[in-house]
Structure formats: C-alpha cells, structure tokens
Ligand binder design. Sequence first.
Ligand code: AMP
Ligand code: GLY
Length: 426
Amino acid sequence: MDVLIVGSGGREYSIGYALKRDKNVDKIFFAPGNGATDDLGENIDIKDLEKLADFAKENSIDLTIVGPEDPLVNGIVDIFQDKGLTIFGPTKAAAQLEGSKVFMKNALKKYGVPTAKYIETSSIDEATQFINSMSEPIVVKADGLCAGKGVIIAKTKDEAIEASKGMLSGESFGDAGAKIIIEEYLDGYELSIFAICDGKDYIVLPAAQDHKRLLDGDEGPNTGGMGAYAPTPLVNDDIYKKVEERVIKPTLKGLESDGIPFSGVLFIGVMVVNSQPYILEYNVRFGDPECEELMALLDSPASELFLKSATGDLASANIKFKDKYAVGVVLASKNYPYGSSEPAEIIVDDIVHEDLKENTYIAYAGVSKDEDGKLLATGGRVMVCVGLGSSIREARDRAYMLVGQVHFIGKKCRMDIAYQALDKLN
Ligand code: AMP
Ligand code: GLY
C-alpha cells in the first residue's frame, strides 16, 4: 500500500521509519516532511488540506496518517473522508478534545473522569473570585491551541490573577485565551498513556514518560519534550486498569453517545496522585518524543495498527510490542527553546559496533539538506537518538552511545533521561 504521512517532526519520521520496515508498504509520502524524511520516501509540499486530499486521491494513497494536532483540529479527517479516503485520526468534532481545553474539561466532568477541580470563565471578576478561594499553587490554562505554552503554574494568587488577565485580554495568546480554565494544582508524577481507538474499540500502548523541562533534574523552562522512555515501571497493572475503567472506557462511550465517536490516538496526560490517576489533559495525536520510542517497540507491521484504526476494525487486530525498553534522547540546537539557531552541519559517525547498529536509530526532526545534500540542523529539536534494550539501563546506555556518535555545533541534550525509572529500580 502507499501511505501519506502528514507532519514534519521526529514523530512523523519515526512513523515513516516503522512503515519502511513493513512489507505491506510500498511507497511513503510526507507532507511536508523534513530534510531526512526524503530518505524514507518522497516529500510533498502541499499545505492546503483540500489540495492535499486531491493529491491523495490522484495518487491512490491507501492510508493517510496525521502526526500533529493542527490539521486534525482544522478538520483534515473530515475533508479526506468526504472524498472517500482512508485516514488515521479523529474528526474535527472529536479533535476538540485537544483544540479546546474547555471542551475537554467539560467532557471529563460529564463522563465522570477524574480530573483537577476547575472553573471555566471569560470573566476576570469570576476568575479572581475563584483564585482567591483556592490554595497555592494555581494552574491557569488558555482554552485554545498555544503550541504547548498556554499553561501557567502560578506560585501565588497574584501571579494567577495576572496570568488570567494576560490571557483574557488577548495579550498573551490572542483568541486562544478568550476563555480560560483555572484549576487546582495536582502534586504527583506524570505519565503519557496512549490508546489507539477506532470509535468503539481501543488498544492501550506501553505507558511512556516524557521529560518536558530543558535541564537535568527537571529544571529550566518547559520544552516540547527533551526525551522519553517506555514502558515506564511507574505504571503497574492497577494503574493501567484504573485508567481503562475510569478514563478510556467512559470517555469513548460518552463521546460515542454524544455523536462524536473517537478514532486515532487518544493521548492521555495522567498525573498519579496517591496511586490514583487524574487526567491533566487529552491530546488527539502521538506525543513527540514518545512516538519515537513506541514505534521502536512495535513488533507488528506498523500499517496494521494505523489501518485497522482508520477502518474501524481494531477488534480484529493483533498488535504486539517487543518485550523490551526504549529510551529516546532529544538533541536540540544551541538556542532551543528560546529562539532559532544558525544552521549547523550534522555529522554522524559510521556506526561499526553491531550491537549499537541493531539496537538504535535516529529519528530526525529539525533538519534540512543543503544543495550538496549535506544534512543541517535547522530546527529547535534536531533529532531523537533512540536505544532499545532488555532493561531501561541498557536502552539508556545505547541511546547515549548513539548521542556520542552525532556531532553538530551547539548540540545539547539532557543527560538524565529515564532517571525516575532508574531511581525506582535502584
Ligand atoms: P497540559 O498542556 O494541560 O498538559 O499542561 C502542561 C503541563 O503543565 C503538564 O504536562 C503538567 O506538567 C502541568 N500541569 C497542567 N495541569 C496541571 C495541574 N492541574 N497540576 C499540576 N501540573 C499541571
Ligand atoms: N511530548 C509531549 C507532547 O507531544 O505534547
């Protein structure tokens, strides 16, 4: 089959990398892709979603997989389905779970899913009144998409009121802050749990843990994610069971009965507090860099997972994961996440060590090629170095060995990816 992957990051590269190893897949297109995805397939420069659907139709694309949230929230699935195309992801209505935090929180409340106590408001007086009734710290969230920046953890009530004012006035995030959520702070540890859904059925993937802060020890500013690993030993059967029974099942059932069945990836941001899972947020796509590890752990043909979800046939799928661990370390450019950096040539040493060759791969993200075909680091997060192993330690060591094989000016990474798991195991 021929597959179109929408997106340009390491997440989309890793999906392409998994599909490249799938005998059922002939050709892979990326829209728009990056400077390395054209080694896996062909990059297509079409941004308009209607035109992209026309391209898929004209080229008899059998399956389209959407990586990022923006096209999903803008209705790419509806557009493709209207043209009779098979596409992996939720419809525009279902993508509101990520597109609007107010929609998401109200859905959690309606379906009885455990989450932080909150109010939704567009009035600064109401916001101030609620904030004054809460204990510190206080979480303030803009309703709409803000590229991961719309959440403020305010240490004091004054800071929370200031953040609310900034959002509601439109100063901080424009229209995305016209409505806000104010919620209680949950103190626990965070997990990313992914369920692949087809409107009725679902498959839960190995739970992952992301490292959102820039610096070791979870210090410094938030980023898109500096590394991740899966499966995490911070999840046991009891937590998986609670997440299925209290979160996934009521959410899918509730959405279905509201006439918006959910298909695609349900990315569940979980905070575990005293062994109880609370939902911080839903996203409607794979996490990045979590996807890069999950794709490495997938033991079934990747096309089966995506196709059976897109065609509402997950009940007949037999998806297997390797009995291994994967650790992914993000290599970022010099000025990430504060600003852009000068393009820098990337040199990857020849990997002569068989063990490393077999158990690692690079998922390229912010890269482009110059006219001589040289690979340049041009984005914030440049790549993810992924290691597999029979223990987290082995996977971590391999990932860092690979990190040492890659060179570009300004290269930086965290050195403590998977530390929470290793601390627990020690
Ligand atoms: P969100 O985009 O809603 O996941 O928020 C981004 C990050 O803010 C999360 O990954 C958490 O680290 C943190 N966060 C969000 N909501 C809360 C909360 N209620 N309590 C504690 N931390 C939170
Ligand atoms: N890694 C977190 C995210 O993709 O939102």
